[in-house]
Design a protein around this ligand. Structure first.
Ligand SMILES: Cc1ncc(C[n+]2csc(CCOP(=O)(O)OP(=O)(O)O)c2C)c(N)n1
Length: 650
């Protein structure tokens, strides 16, 4: 996709994230940083491609905090910068995010956050718009792909005008939806980096320098009236008003697209007033009042928690208006999960007294489709090295006496070892004792999992608290290791805790679409560099007990995990290293092999199925192989207790 250069007036069908990337380019960006995370990753993927042709720096940073700090550093010296992250990434940047605003920025600084209502790809459904309120900075919310591009480009101007970072909040349906986008001008103003220590305020870029944080907070407050003026005249806030109606709509972001569609489907065009908002902070108070003064009931449609709804309620109350503000706080719409066009239509229909018939038709189609599609969860790929690691962990736990292990997982492809898709009849009785559960598939192995880098810390807490009913393990992938495990490894060494930490090094940030990790040996722009060797890093951090194994060698991997578990009281690390199968296949690293199943030898024990490889089939009580996806890794051969499975070269 060519999105760089002078394309003014041309149109293309773009993914929302590509549109944002084009907006970044039109905004005249100098520095763009990101850490991968669905649904935001395509923004940097698109920018990294364009950066080779254009004059700006683009990088995948080690984590979102580093990405944020790098971009902020450039903005302080007058460069236009952007940093892009998924919802969870915003939690990682919170410290500087909430503090840089005390002196603001000189070059436009645009923070792009892709939220994920309905948690399609995320650990939570957080509504990142609240962060903009918290930090007292503007938050723009595009309703479609065109707005995504236009608002991104404008956000740089707004940021420079206010001397504050601007948050652009997108959601999965905008980022991953496609729309027709008309390109605009590229801002070609060359900006030379320049540093002025006392730019408009003494010690502008040093929050502790006089006049200190409180006065700098006062400065931040002083920017709010200018932000409010901008909001009042923002071109993406507009009112389509109906003089005589009783019901009004206030809708923001993707909610505005659904609301417009609902009005059309309900045949209410020209009969209902709609205030479409493109900003959640600060709100255009006068525009809001103009609709609230006229209407008896106002429905607020927004993606996420009822942030605008509550603010509108307050604005109306302060003004002494008797209008009813309806939405998620009143139960008209659910405030978990994501909005849907049908759901918004039902809500508007209910308040307007218009019956909704489209919903029933959709339900029957849905049921028909559900009947046709087999229910499936995500699965490991055939030949995934993580399968070998998990088999080794399972065997090692059994070998070391079983007990009641705690396997603290983390975020990456390996998290599937906690999806529990085949779990049946779980007993959830609450007792005060540790409970032992049998597990049959690798999808039941991970016991705790929350956010990136937390597994190794949880492990240390359990050990420091004296857990001794079984082995305690933490695990993480290579990208996650560099993202947020390094301080926790130092913590383990320094505080003398035990536990086994397994690093599943497949050399890529695989789960988010194979972006490079520091182990890949490649930058965002495709330049080759020396990859990090995790063993060297871990040893340099002071870990004495380190083993590196190939997860395709199940015996050695199991022995390494057993050794790690048996190092009672000593922190040990096992690095399970083999390149992600998908990348290895691309590089043609697998020779031609085939697998044989000897039906005579197969005793139908099902062990091969337990491995969890999707290439294993089990038909007519005999293990078998799906030749279309098998890569000939040989893991199942090692698992089969009767030698019924064999790899045949050639
Ligand atoms: C704070 C945060 N940033 C980004 C993500 C998106 N994300 C999910 S898994 C993952 C890392 C996967 O890489 P790795 O740990 O190497 O495991 P792999 O998928 O390669 O097995 C990332 C970046 C996230 N969940 N949280």
């Amino acid at each position: 996709m060519n999105i760089h250069g002078d394309l003014k007036g041309e149109r293309d069908l773009l993914l929302g994230n590509e549109a944002i990337a084009r907006g970044v380019i039109e905004g005249g960006v100098d520095i763009a940083t990101s850490y991968p995370g669905t649904p935001s990753s395509e923004v940097m993927e698109t920018l990294a491609d364009a950066a080779n042709e254009s004059d700006f720096h683009a990088e995948w940073s080690t984590n979102e905090k580093v990405a944020f700090d790098v971009a902020a550093g450039a903005a302080i010296i007058g460069q236009r910068s952007t940093t892009i992250m998924k919802n969870a990434g915003l939690n990682v940047v919170m410290d500087l995010f909430n503090t840089i605003v005390y002196g603001g920025v000189r070059g436009g600084f645009v923070i792009v956050v892709a939220d994920d209502p309905a948690a399609h790809y995320s650990s939570n459904e957080q509504d990142s718009r609240f962060a903009a309120d918290w930090a007292e900075i503007p938050c723009l919310e595009p309703a479609d792909q065109q707005e995504a591009k236009d608002m991104t480009a404008y956000a740089f101007d707004l940021s420079e005008k206010l001397e504050l970072p601007v948050l652009l909040r997108t959601v999965s349906r905008v980022s991953h939806g496609m729309g027709d986008v008309e390109f605009g001008d590229v801002n070609k103003e060359g900006r030379e980096p320049a540093f002025d220590k006392h730019w408009g305020m003494p010690y502008r870029w040093n929050v502790y320098g006089p006049p200190g944080p409180v006065e700098k907070h006062r400065w931040l407050k002083s920017r709010q009236s200018l932000a409010a003026e901008e909001s009042e005249s923002l071109e993406w806030n507009y009112l389509k008003s109906d003089e005589g109606g009783e019901v009004g709509l206030i809708a923001s972001g993707i909610g505005a697209s659904y609301a417009r569609e609902a009005v059309e489907r309900l045949g209410l065009e020209g009969e209902i007033s709609l205030l479409k908002l493109g900003i959640s902070n600060p709100l255009p108070k006068e525009r809001i009042l103009s609709i609230c003064r006229e209407m008896e009931r106002v429905v607020v449609v927004e993606e996420g928690q009822p942030l605008i709804e509550r603010k509108v309620g307050l604005i109306a109350k302060e003004e002494g208006l008797s209008v009813d503000i309806l939405g998620k706080t009143t139960g008209l719409m659910e405030d978990v999960g994501e909005l849907s066009p049908d759901g918004v239509m039902e809500a508007i229909g209910e308040v307007s007294g218009v019956s909704v018939f489209g919903g029933e038709i959709d339900e029957s189609v849905k049921r028909e489709i559900e009947g046709l599609v087999a229910p499936r969860s995500s699965t490991f790929c055939a030949g995934c090295p993580h399968l070998g690691t998990f088999w080794a962990v399972k065997r090692a736990i059994e070998k070391t006496g079983g007990d009641i292990p705690i396997v603290n997982g983390d975020i990456g492809c390996y998290e599937m070892a906690g999806y529990g898709v085949f779990s049946k009849g779980l007993d959830t009785t609450m007792t005060g004792e540790s409970q032992k559960y049998r597990y049959e598939s690798p999808y039941e192995l991970i016991d705790t999992n929350y956010v990136m880098g937390s597994g190794i810390g949880l492990m240390q807490g359990q050990l420091q608290a004296g857990y001794d009913d079984g082995p305690v393990i933490g695990l993480a992938g290579d990208s996650t290791f560099f993202h947020s495990c390094l301080p926790a490894v130092i913590n383990a060494v320094y505080n003398g805790v035990g536990g086994l930490f397994i690093i599943l090094d497949n050399s890529w940030t695989a789960m988010t679409g194979h972006q490079p990790s520091p182990c890949t040996g490649m930058t965002a722009r495709g330049d080759r560099i020396e990859p990090y060797d995790i063993r060297e890093v871990v040893e340099a951090l002071g870990v004495e007990d380190v083993r590196a194994v190939d997860p395709y060698d199940l015996d050695k991997s199991t022995d390494a995990v057993v050794d790690g578990i048996e190092r009672d009281g000593q922190f040990s690390v096992v690095i399970s290293k083999r390149e992600c199968t998908i990348q290895a296949l691309k590089a043609d690293e697998y020779g031609a092999v085939s697998m044989e199943v000897d039906a005579e030898e197969c005793v139908s024990c099902g062990k091969c199925v337990e491995l969890g490889c999707p290439a294993i089939t089990f038909k007519d009580e005999t293990g078998g192989i799906d030749w279309n996806i098998c890569v000939g890794c040989g893991l199942c051969v090692q698992v089969c207790p009767t030698d019924a499975l064999k790899v045949v070269e050639g």
